[in-house]
Design a protein around this ligand. Structure first.
Ligand code: ATP
Ligand code: MG
Length: 409
């Protein structure tokens, strides 16, 4: 096997797969997905070559390593990424290379105040036939490092830096860190979903979580122009562009919602407005899901977070959906949702203070436990079919591909 090319001047990027390694007989399918996604994402960013090798992608050939690493770290299915130096695994050469590499790790480690830096060596034998055990190699390299840098100390528990070594059949890899990725499954390994995305904090996180479960996500936003300004729509586009780093192709539909909202305002009980808005949104989403071959809708509700998100209201809202409505945030606290939003970078965009159409003609006393019969009766006063058909006919489609990042990231 010649997976590695030792003593190359350019680094080799290793992107390790997450759960897809557990998938038994489907493993090849998941791994191919992962490789294909990485290829699609990297293509606009240089002549990167990608190979699949024992539950990893081995990536090299391009110049802008930082960008490639940022891209790979955004891909669902990637557990972590390392920028490595491929070297000879022949013991003497390995030791010399490890000493040289340690010098660069040491230079990049901020010296802790008042004490000497501590380090550890971790060795992982991918080739179990290598004559020395992992422990032996680690001990030998650690010893050589201490000899060359008498000021250093070994600390297996909380080192300031770690020299990591992987020994393969045709060489060894040296690296200092594993940068975390999203984990989960490669996008495309589960079915497609339509995510109802507002400009808020929650729905972008819901979309992200679905992507990490392997679902390609198509976005649908409702926009009540001219009551709600263009900036609100731009904000949603900004969110979708940012989220496009997680799947090879992102499509957003923007639906004109003003006529529906006005009809509800004019013909239905005030307290039911929010529920009716959401029921009409679901009907338009049904049409988009059918068009896109999606098998589920996704929304960002969290149980009890606001008046509209009670069990009773969720029940009656979901009756209007022709597909399962998935709510990945349903059991999460606001703090947890915000923590994810910060991690994926959507938070600063989401908190920009532009209104969402749900705030339009907002009832003074929104119903928190809507009775289904009352809702159905209220809805009967609306020309449902033409309203939904008109909204669907006015859908505005935009596609974003992998060329859009990581400039914003
Ligand atoms: P978010 O932070 O996602 O806006 P929220 O806490 O404001 O959620 P609601 O206003 O009750 O919650 O909306 C619940 C869900 O309905 C949203 O998470 C989203 O999936 C969907 N939704 C609400 N408004 C819109 C909209 N204008 N366009 C598309 N989907 C929407
Ligand atoms: Mg909202």
């Amino acid at each position: 096997m010649t997976a590695l090319i030792p003593d190359q001047p350019t680094p080799l990027i290793i992107a390790r797969f997450s759960e897809i390694t557990l998938k038994g007989r489907n493993r090849a399918f998941f791994e191919k997905r992962m490789e294909r996604n990485a290829a699609l994402h990297l293509r606009p960013h240089g002549p990167w070559r990608i190979r699949r090798e024992r539950a990893r992608l081995v990536v090299n050939g391009g110049e802008d390593v930082a960008t490639a690493v940022a891209i790979l770290r955004g891909l669902p299915g990637i557990a972590n990424v390392s920028v490595t130096r491929p070297v000879s695994r022949e013991p003497q050469q390995l030791e010399a290379a490890a000493l040289d590499y340690t010098a660069s790790l040491l230079a990049g480690t901020p010296h802790p105040e008042g004490r000497t830096p501590r380090f550890r060596v971790t060795v992982d034998r991918k080739d179990k036939r290598y004559p020395q055990s992992s422990m032996e190699v680690a001990a030998q390299l650690g010893h050589a490092i201490l000899e060359q840098h008498p000021g250093l100390k070994v600390d297996l528990g909380r080192p300031d830096f770690t020299l990591m070594v992987e020994i393969w059949e045709d060489g060894a890899l040296l690296f200092g860190e594993k940068l975390s990725g999203p984990g989960g499954l490669a996008v495309g390994s589960s079915g497609r979903a339509v995510c109802l995305i507002s400009g808020g904090i929650d729905s972008p996180v819901a979309a992200y979580l679905m992507m990490t479960r392997g679902c390609p996500v198509v976005y649908l936003n409702f926009h009540s122009f001219p009551f709600i300004g263009e900036q609100s729509k731009e904000k949603v586009h900004d969110l979708v562009r940012l989220l496009s780093r997680h799947q090879p192709a992102s499509r957003i539909y923007v639906a004109p919602f003003a006529n529906i909202q006005q009809a509800i305002r004019d013909h239905c009980p005030e307290g039911l407005r929010t529920i009716l808005y959401r029921r009409l949104m679901n009907r338009v989403a049904n049409a988009v899901a059918e068009k896109e071959g999606a098998l589920a809708l996704v929304t960002g509700e969290s149980m009890g977070q606001v008046a509209s998100q009670t069990m009773e209201n969720i029940y009656v809202i979901q009756q209007s959906a022709a597909y399962p409505v998935m709510q990945p945030l349903i059991g999460m606290s606001k703090e947890k949702i915000i923590a994810v939003a910060r991690e994926i970078g959507t938070y600063p965009i989401s908190i920009q203070p532009y209104p969402d159409c749900c705030t339009l003609f907002q009832p003074r006393h929104p119903e928190t436990r809507a009775k289904p019969e009352r809702v159905h009766r209220a809805e009967a006063a609306l020309p449902l079919e033409p309203l939904v058909a008109e909204c669907v006919a006015g859908l505005e489609v935009t596609d974003y591909g992998p060329q859009y990042y990581p400039t914003q990231w």
